[in-house]
Design a protein around this ligand. Structure first.
Ligand code: GLN
Length: 310
């Protein structure tokens, strides 16, 4: 049986019901006050079809902090920037097996981050953007708005300021990268852009729409635009599958079987190439920093629709 045999609305209701059973078992991110005070009892999910259809459940129109989901947008931007040729010389494409903000591997591997979705790799990607554009943050925001087909997407400056104030570990990563010769722009400029990309606020509906080009071989079904070559969409999806959930990526692939990217705001964006892009959001995280209820919702979705990349 395939998704075509199902009514996705009732499947989404089931995802929400199953996910909600886990609320109370995780912990919201508490490294900054703006995230620590989020009501944990929230859940939303949006699914966009490559044919333009949309299905939602729960708080799919509530804005949340996209955090590391932004790393997918900055990678897309860096790969179309004048610095594109340097990206894969400066960042690897292997799973890290380490926490997203680890410094240990960076030191032992002499400043070459394992992949673009751990903080070290994402900071290098943001550095490519910062060193090639006069207004890197505006470039990032305008790419996100174009992908989401929504001009209202904004940066939550309160979140950005507290990211900056409490960003000692990211600052340590950036300085280590600089000392190892893998940061071109001024450390503070690259970090300022990185904190702002993490602080973009979006709804599940926005994020699902913004991931549609990855589900539709680089085309945007809602605008008719070509946003990236099909080969690049395939490659980004491959990186999501192998690196999108930090050191939880193997278990996520086992349970869900869909390329995805998580953020500590509790969002997870997922791509079923040729079919759907999905965003699920619930703020409580597991011990690796991935949304607990969100992971469960995606697991139920892939079981019930029989859709995955396998
Ligand atoms: N702002 C967070 C950080 O840089 C983002 C990490 C995440 O979402 N995993 O630590």
């Amino acid at each position: 049986m395939t998704h075509a045999d199902h009514d996705l609305s009732s499947i989404l209701d089931e995802c929400a019901q199953e996910a909600q059973k886990l609320i109370g078992q995780g912990h919201v991110a508490d490294y900054i006050p703006a995230l620590a005070r989020i009501n944990p009892d929230q859940f939303g999910m949006a699914v966009c079809g490559v044919d333009g259809t949309e299905f939602t459940v729960g708080q799919s129109d509530t804005s949340f902090s996209i955090q590391s989901i932004s790393k997918v947008f900055t990678l897309a931007l860096a790969l179309q920037s004048p610095g594109a040729a340097s990206v894969w010389e400066r960042v690897g494409r292997e799973p890290s097996g380490n926490a997203f903000n680890s410094l240990v591997q960076l030191e032992s591997e002499r400043g070459l981050p394992r992949n673009p979705f751990i903080n070290a790799g994402a900071i290098v990607v943001t550095d490519v953007i910062t060193s090639h554009f006069v207004s890197p943050v505006l470039q990032i925001l305008s790419l996100v708005r174009k992908y989401a087909n929504c001009d209202d997407i904004y940066i939550d400056e309160e979140v950005a300021d507290s990211e900056e104030e409490s960003g000692h570990r990211n600052a340590a990563i950036a300085h280590l990268l600089k000392s190892q010769g893998n940061l071109v722009a001024d450390v503070d400029d690259t970090l300022a852009a990185y904190y702002r990309q993490c602080s973009i606020a979006m709804t599940c509906r926005d994020v699902a729409r913004a991931f549609l080009p990855l589900a539709a071989a680089g085309q945007h079904p809602l605008t008719g635009q070509t946003l990236m070559p099909a080969l690049r969409a395939k490659r980004i999806n491959s990186l999501l599958l192998t690196c999108g959930l930090y050191d939880g990526v193997g278990n996520f692939a086992y349970r869900v079987g869909i390329p995805a990217k998580s953020g500590v705001g509790g969002g997870i964006a997922a791509v079923i190439p040729g079919h759907y892009s999905i965003c699920v959001w619930s703020p409580e995280l597991d011990e690796l920093g991935n949304s607990l209820a969100g992971t469960r919702a995606l697991e139920v979705f892939s079981h019930e629709t029989n859709l995955s990349v396998f």
